[in-house]
Design a protein around this ligand. Structure first.
Ligand code: FEO
Length: 169
C-alpha cells in the first residue's frame, strides 16, 4: 500500500504528465500548420513519451493498491512566435517537470516508501535524457537562426524520429 500523501502526489504527477502530452500535441499542431512536418513528427513523439510516462505511473498506483484519480487537464498554449520560442518553452517545461519528479522522490523518502523511491528513479533518469535531447535541439535551432535552407535541412532531420516505447523493466 502507498500512503495517502504519496498517492495524491502521484495522481498530481499523472496529471502533469498528461498535461505535458497535451502541450506537446498542441505544439505538434502548430508545427504542422507552419509547414514544418519534421518538427511536428518530433513533437508528436515527445507527446507519446509523455503519455507513456503518465500510464506507467497510472499502472504503478494501481499495482500498489492505491487509487488513481484523474483530474481535468489544463488548456495548453496554442500560439508561438517561432520554432525557437516553442523549443524554449519545451526546455523550460522539462526543467519544471524535473523539479516535480525531485519533489516526488522527496515525498517517497519522507514516507519511507522505498519501493516508490526505486520506481521514481526511472523518471529521474528519464528527465536527464529529456533535458539533454531538448537542449540539443535548442542549440541546433539557435545555430540555424533564420536561415531557411538550414531550417529545411533541420526539419528533415527532426522527421526521422520514431517513438519506441521503453522496454518495461
Ligand atoms: Fe514526462 Fe517530459 O517529462
Amino acid at each position: 500500500m502507498i500512503s495517502k500523501k504519496l498517492n495524491d502526489a502521484l495522481n498530481g504527477q499523472i496529471n502533469a504528465e498528461l498535461y505535458s502530452a497535451y502541450l506537446y500535441l498542441s505544439m505538434t499542431a502548430w508545427f504542422s500548420a507552419k509547414g514544418l512536418p519534421g518538427f511536428a513528427i518530433w513533437m508528436r513523439c515527445q507527446a507519446q513519451e509523455e503519455l507513456f510516462h503518465a500510464t506507467k505511473m497510472f499502472d504503478y498506483v494501481n499495482e500498489r493498491g492505491g487509487k488513481v484519480a484523474l483530474a481535468a487537464i489544463a488548456k495548453p498554449d496554442s500560439k508561438w512566435d517561432s520554432p525557437l520560442a516553442v523549443l524554449e518553452q519545451v526546455a523550460k517545461h522539462e526543467e519544471h517537470v524535473t523539479r516535480l519528479i525531485n519533489d516526488l522522490v522527496n515525498c517517497a523518502l519522507d514516507e519511507r516508501d522505498h519501493a516508490s523511491n526505486i520506481f521514481l528513479q526511472w523518471y529521474v533518469t528519464e528527465q536527464v535524457e529529456e533535458e539533454a535531447s531538448v537542449g540539443e535541439v535548442l542549440s541546433k535551432l539557435k545555430m540555424v537562426g533564420k536561415d531557411s535552407a538550414g531550417m529545411f535541412a533541420m526539419d528533415l532531420e527532426m522527421g526521422k524520429r520514431v517513438f519506441t516505447p521503453p522496454v518495461a523493466e
